[in-house]
Design a protein around this ligand. Structure first.
Ligand code: ADP
Ligand code: MG
Length: 324
């Protein structure tokens, strides 16, 4: 099911004065997909999202929604809606009026805007709190108000800038499941900015990894994780070793490392028990750090401690060459 529109970024560029925040990025998002835009702080994620929403002008390039260049339309005319990092709720308006706000701006009469707001409050399970002020809500509840407010105009694309970052870890995981469920039900495109790779993997059908104002890699989540193209993506997504090999660099998944009787000599430097699996670090004679991940039962068959000498082994076929 999909009510959304394809979104395309063509050579989209943002400069603040002389500073290049987004450098000619190109991307195409299928209608109805959950896209996670991720990368380290300062890489240009929010600028990209704000240009899609129309809260920031494009310095160059085009934002194309369903075949129309919307680059120069105001936010309310684009078919997009944005949920902000800090929720930006109006403190003096109750929950229902916050949700109905943009309909009031559009001149809709009170009965019709309240009817629509009530529908949205029902959807995010806030009907009982409709009369409360934002200050009388928990962080998770405020987040749901912000979500309802963004969806009230029936956007084709919902843009979310680090929507879970203000929540505690427990709530963050619960809300992320709710976001995913909501996106499936609505069938519209969500573009969700995060700096967390676990959040991106959990949510994204498609990932777009940015670094230094450019897109390093984009594609289906599993492809980006299991076949990183560059050293940056391999390191940023985690769970990989990057090793100098035959004049180039290769990535090797941490869960492909085994301890055997022959192999590359190394010394265990740390052991972290994580429940279902154990994460180990080892240092080779050449001073390279190697990350290994193994199921807990396998680890406890032959437990290791920091300082233990080990032999690291892997299948050559599991080495994955990275672009220079
Ligand atoms: P991210 O969301 O990935 O952390 P941003 O898009 O916010 O990155 O910022 C990208 C770069 O642009 C950063 O170097 C940031 O300092 C700069 N920047 C962002 N907003 C502005 C602004 N309004 N004026 C000047 N520089 C900005
Ligand atoms: Mg940001």
């Amino acid at each position: 099911m999909s009510n959304g529109y394809d979104l395309e970024l063509i050579n989209v560029t943002k400069k603040y004065g002389d500073a290049l925040a987004v450098d000619r990025i190109n991307a195409k998002f299928k209608a109805g997909s959950y896209v996670c835009l991720l990368g380290p702080s300062g890489c240009g994620k929010s600028s990209t999202l704000r240009m899609i929403a129309g809260h920031e002008t494009v310095t160059d390039g085009s934002v194309v929604l369903d075949g129309f260049d919307v680059s120069h339309l105001p936010p309310a005319k684009r078919g997009t809606a944005m949920m902000f990092q800090n929720y930006a709720l109006f403190p003096h308006l109750n929950v229902r009026d916050n949700v109905a706000f943009s309909l009031r701006m559009k001149g809709e009469d009170k009965p019709s805007r309240y009817a629509r707001a009530n529908e949205l409050l029902e959807m995010v399970d806030l009907t009982a709190l409709a009369e409360r002020l934002p200050a009388q809500l928990s962080g998770g509840q405020q987040q749901r108000v912000a979500l309802a407010r963004a969806l009230v105009t029936k956007p084709k694309v919902l843009l979310l800038d680090e929507p879970l970052s203000a929540l505690d870890p427990f709530l963050r995981i619960r809300m992320r499941a709710e976001l995913k469920k909501l996106q499936r039900e609505l069938g519209i495109t969500f573009i969700h900015v995060t700096h967390g790779q676990d959040e991106a993997l959990a949510l994204g059908d498609e990932l777009v990894v940015m670094n230094n104002a450019v897109i390093e890699q984009s594609g289906p989540a599993r492809e980006v994780w299991s076949a990183p193209k560059t050293e940056f993506v391999a390191r940023f997504m985690g769970g990989h070793n990057v090793i100098a090999f035959e004049g180039g660099k290769v990535a090797l998944r941490a869960d492909d490392i085994r301890f055997e009787t022959t192999g590359l000599a190394a010394t265990i430097t740390s052991v972290e028990y994580q429940g279902a699996h154990v994460v180990l670090n080892a240092r080779t004679a050449a001073g390279e750090d190697v990350l290994a991940l193994m199921p807990d039962h396998k680890f406890f068959d032959t437990p290791k401690n920091p300082g233990d000498a080990v032999m690291l082994a892997w299948d050559e076929g599991r080495l994955h060459r990275l672009q220079a």
